[in-house]
Write a protein that binds this ligand. Structure first.
Ligand code: ADP
Ligand code: MG
Ligand code: ZN
Length: 477
């Protein structure tokens, strides 16, 4: 039975900006430190302390807004969002409300029905709260290391139409932010999380249904699961003739279901007012121009250009553009060995095996110059593809260059006819069936025969030469 209701979703994504220090003080933002070790009077909200805005956070937020095609507002205003919660020591969060940094952008996603443009409503800056830790000896404790960490909140229009759309959007956003080096993409460390607003409506109805907001989803899988379960809940209510009540709900990964947190708060509940301790944020023209001029093509555009101008497969292009360090690696090899397809294949099959990624950094066990030299050696016929694998193993995690290994092991391709001819005759003698086939016109068996000779030479023979010798011998008698 086709679904009767259209699913409508808008996401509010919170992304940590990758700065050394917090948004309004000089405390470190480093993850995994001793609880309450990265705190000071400002982020503890002690009386008399004053916030000072972190310029690098502004730069990164601006970079994200530009990359997402937003209109940048020269002037934006910080506001106090007042609420009480133990992880919020000041009793308010400094955020932007009526006048955000940027509005009206977009991000393309790959959905089941092809590429889809998701509109972005607004992007604003705000500080993160601390973290309540429950259950230690029955007590709840508060760790304020996170309090004051710079975030951007990226709010989409309700343009997403399925849970997989939502996960795709979050993935695409992560790729962009990682690529800009604005966020480290570590969802498991809380660097990126989202609230999903979900409603349903009968197909064809223009008016939006009543939504529920699912709080703090911190993995792509949870986004999808939480939305699926919420859609099922809403569908059952509407089918039974009930009405959806606007609510804030929380997702429990253990049961895969959502439950009520509170009835939806309204903006006036927060008693927003302009932050008296901070002047309006006025972006210097030079900063905007500088960031605009340095914008690089985003992952999706780069992917397309790898396919169009380098002839890579979509799959290869997608994998290579997954991480900024993969892109840098690919470009580094290509700058000394300019055959993109061969470079891409080699990286995907040989280099990725030994690669490890953490956030924005990646490490490899061979260098781009070592790889370029291996490719060069194969391409110029000095070593065979099989020998290349041996060379690769020999240079992993070392500074040795492929040429040294080739020399030391005397690994050159056997390319003198004198020593290859006996191998070829030998193979022909053992393959009378194939020889007969060849002579009766089935030239295709040549490939098999070449393969046999390569095998008996342990991969060291020059395949082109083997081919020639075999043809000569087969035509001879
Ligand atoms: P808030 O009250 O949470 O500040 P907004 O009205 O700005 O909210 O909307 C927050 C998010 O909810 C946006 O991403 C928006 O697209 C989405 N949204 C708004 N109305 C609906 C709806 N009826 N169904 C689904 N998503 C919605
Ligand atoms: Mg909200
Ligand atoms: Zn501090």
């Amino acid at each position: 039975m086709p679904p009767r209701y259209e699913v409508v979703i808008g996401l509010e994504v919170h992304a940590q900006l990758l700065t050394e220090s917090k948004l309004f003080c000089s405390c470190s933002t480093r993850f995994g430190q001793q609880p309450n070790s990265n705190v000071c009077p400002v982020c503890l909200g002690l009386p008399g302390s004053l916030p000072v805005l972190n310029g690098q956070a502004v730069r990164l937020a601006l970079r994200a807004a530009l990359a997402l095609g937003c209109t940048i507002h020269e002037t934006s205003i910080f506001a106090r969002k007042n609420y009480f919660y133990p992880d919020l020591p000041k009793g308010y969060q400094i955020s932007q409300y009526e006048e955000p940094l940027a509005t009206d952008g977009w991000l393309d996603i790959e959905s089941e029905s092809g590429t889809k443009r998701i509109r972005i409503h607004r992007i604003h800056m705000e500080e993160d709260a601390g973290k309540n830790v429950h259950g230690m000896g029955g007590d709840s404790l508060v760790d304020l290391n996170r309090a004051g960490t710079p975030l951007v909140e990226i709010v989409s229009e309700p343009d997403l139409r399925s849970s997989s759309d939502a996960a795709a959007y979050m993935r695409a956003l992560r790729d962009v932010l990682l690529f800009l080096r604005a966020n480290d993409g570590n969802l498991e460390e809380g660097s990126l999380r989202c609230d999903a607003n979900v409603s349903i409506r009968p197909f064809g109805q223009a008016e939006l249904g009543t939504r529920c907001e699912l709080k703090n989803l911190n993995s792509f899988k949870f986004v999808q699961k939480a939305i699926d379960s919420e859609v099922a809940r809403q569908t059952a209510i509407v089918d039974a003739g009930g009405r959806i009540i606007q609510q804030t709900r929380s997702f429990d990964p253990d049961t895969g279901t959502t439950h009520t947190l509170r009835s939806k708060e309204e903006a006036h509940d927060y008693r927003y007012f302009p932050e008296p301790d901070l002047p309006p944020l006025i972006l210097p023209e030079s900063l905007v121009t500088e960031e605009r001029n340095h914008l690089l093509p985003l992952p999706a555009a780069l992917r397309q250009s790898y396919v169009d101008s380098y002839g890579l497969s979509t799959q290869a292009a997608a994998t290579l553009t997954q991480h900024p360090e993969f892109i840098a690696y690919f470009e580094a090899v290509r700058s000394s060995f300019d055959q993109p397809t061969k470079v891409a294949n080699y990286i995907l099959t040989e280099v990725m095996r030994g690669a490890s990624v953490h956030g924005l950094s990646a490490s490899f066990n061979v260098t781009p110059s070592q790889v370029a030299e291996i490719l060069e050696l194969v391409d110029s016929g000095v070593i065979s593809g099989k020998q290349a694998k041996e060379v690769h193993l020999a240079i992993e995690n070392s500074a040795r260059m492929p040429r040294e290994v080739v020399q030391e092991r005397n690994m050159k391709v056997v390319s003198d006819a004198g020593s290859l001819e006996p191998l070829c005759s030998d193979v022909l003698a053992k393959s009378s069936a194939q020889v007969q086939q060849y002579r009766s016109g089935k030239k295709g068996v040549l490939g098999y025969l070449v393969g046999q000779v390569m095998k008996s030479s342990a991969g060291s023979a020059d395949p082109k030469l083997v081919n020639e010798i075999l043809v000569r011998l087969l035509e001879q008698n």
